[in-house]
Design a protein around this ligand. Structure first.
Ligand SMILES: [Zn+2]
Length: 75
């Protein structure tokens, strides 16, 4: 699940992800969805908005890879 994430192209042409509100690069975080399962999160370090949330690294990587192809880049 991606919500409010934007893309920024770094100097070496890599697309990195940040907060659509603040423009700050998102930080990876982990949350406990329940006792047995970790949730993988992308969170804005300034406004603490959850920009992405997944139940596995595979789901996260797949969605972010697709997102990077279509995201509107901030210039
Ligand atoms: Zn933010």
């Amino acid at each position: 699940m991606i919500d409010g994430l934007m893309g920024v192209k770094s100097k070496n042409e890599t697309v990195v992800f940040g907060c659509g509100d603040c423009g700050i690069i998102a930080e990876q975080a982990y949350g406990a969805q329940n006792k047995d399962q970790l949730a993988y999160l992308l969170i804005c370090p300034r406004c603490a908005k959850i920009l992405g949330e997944w139940t596995s690294t595979t789901a996260r990587d797949t969605e972010l890879r697709e997102f990077a192809k279509t995201v509107k880049l901030r210039t």
